[in-house]
Design a binder for this molecule. Sequence first.
Ligand SMILES: *[C@@H]1O[C@H](CO)[C@@H](O)[C@H](O)[C@H]1NC(C)=O
Ligand SMILES: *[C@@H]1O[C@H](CO)[C@@H](O)[C@H](O)[C@H]1NC(C)=O
Ligand SMILES: *[C@@H]1O[C@H](CO)[C@@H](O)[C@H](O)[C@H]1NC(C)=O
Ligand SMILES: *[C@@H]1O[C@H](CO)[C@@H](O)[C@H](O)[C@H]1NC(C)=O
Ligand SMILES: *[C@@H]1O[C@H](CO)[C@@H](O)[C@H](O)[C@H]1NC(C)=O
Length: 462
Amino acid sequence: MWRITSPWAFLLLNLLLFRALAEAESSNVPMDKAEQEALYAVIQDLVGKWWNGSDLYPDPCGWTQIQGVSCDLFDGLWYVTSLNIGPILGNSLECSSDAKFNPQLFQLKHLKSLSIFDCFSSHQQQLTIPPSNWERLASTLESLELRSNRGLTGNIPPNLGQLSNLNSLVLVGNSLSGELPMELANLVNLKRLMLSVNKFSGQVPSALFANMAHLLILDLSSNHLTGSLPASLCNLSSLLKLDLSNNQFQGSLPAELGKWTQLTLLDLRNNSLSGAMPKLGSLRDLLLAYNPWGGNLLELEWGDLQNLSTLDLSHMGLTGAIPKAITDLKILRYVAFDGNQLSGTVSSKFADLPSLTTLYLNDNNLSGKLQFPRGFYERMGKRFASWNNPNLCYSAITSGDVPRGVARCKQDQDHSTEEFKSNQGVDEGSFDEHSGLMAPLIMTPAASASALWWAIVLIMML
Ligand SMILES: *[C@@H]1O[C@H](CO)[C@@H](O)[C@H](O)[C@H]1NC(C)=O
Ligand SMILES: *[C@@H]1O[C@H](CO)[C@@H](O)[C@H](O)[C@H]1NC(C)=O
Ligand SMILES: *[C@@H]1O[C@H](CO)[C@@H](O)[C@H](O)[C@H]1NC(C)=O
Ligand SMILES: *[C@@H]1O[C@H](CO)[C@@H](O)[C@H](O)[C@H]1NC(C)=O
Ligand SMILES: *[C@@H]1O[C@H](CO)[C@@H](O)[C@H](O)[C@H]1NC(C)=O
């Protein structure tokens, strides 16, 4: 009698049996014929004439699945629900150099998700987003993602506004241009709207976001958008992340920001914005650098921003002192105040912030004595900068690292140079007390050891 001796063999047998059954079952379920033809035509127009679907994948939702294609059953027939083209996953379909949209795309009755990545390249003929027929996908399409397609040009067709079930619209890193169409305002179910790194220009329609109550992420960064910030931004009561950086937006933030109670990231860097600083207790990342903002940091109640981790306020024309309250924000990690006209002293309490890795204070008018404890400059390395503050100096009681480009304080000099001479026997000539930039050139023990080594080498060569 035939016996199964190994439990592994038993397992294998079961597995084979199960697979055979599963395959038999799925090949019994047919695919809608029109759907199958449409799928083949759409993929062939993207990946190239060599790709013959009926030859390669006779049962595309069953036993010969196509990479990047998912299907589901509707009324006993297979339909495509998700189509991903481009090298996202290791084994997905790659586009040919003459890739184009086939109009049969709009015949895929149950398409929920369409993603085309790194496909239309700029060297070939330029392509636009199909201008019509999107309404045929309106009841099903939830996610449309066209990313890193440098050859994809033209406007966002107003017809895209028909996709009322869309919850994610991602058109990032293409060459799209023109104004954002008002029709996008119909996409009231959007959770994610990302249009960054394109060539969009002009003003954003002021009511564009009036009804996008579910929007979590809005990214319009790195375009050429102008004019004032759209008033309807205030309506986005669910917003978590807002990135409008690298545009030419002007004016101030909308006055009514009370609804942004969830906002964790606000990135408005590199625009022409000014006005009042936003007070939003939920913020973790506040990035306003490179704006002609102006004003005084003391005017904001920093104590309300306890969740703040990243604070980039460089190159904003800020005046006044660095508020003491900022050093009480316990989870601060990155702080940049460089390139302003800040005055007053620098609190040594920055050194007590446990997560602080970066502190840029350079190019201001800060004054007084830097009194950070021993080891602070070593810990921070190049991520501490305080040069170009003519009236700032450091207190050098330590022989460790010193702040780059900052002079040693006058009242400390006599005492510490004495100490230095007697301890190290270093020639005082290498230290120029009038030039802050020379300070790091003081010979460290390591440097003098290597000088000694070179001297020995030289003597031996003679
Ligand atoms: C695919 O190949 C079959 C023959 O195997 C041929 O009849 C059919 O026309 C081809 N289809 C395409 C779209 O090239
Ligand atoms: C949206 O914001 C506008 C101002 O831009 C305001 O008039 C309108 O009432 C807001 N709508 C909702 C639903 O909050
Ligand atoms: C600011 O944005 C422009 C494009 O709008 C870009 O060319 C420039 O490099 C950016 N500047 C900085 C400092 O990021
Ligand atoms: C700060 O962050 C914590 C943890 O993420 C969160 O529970 C809290 O609500 C935040 N505070 C504010 C004011 O949003
Ligand atoms: C810089 O600060 C000093 C006080 O430390 C002040 O006298 C001077 O006017 C300031 N310079 C500028 C350009 O703001």
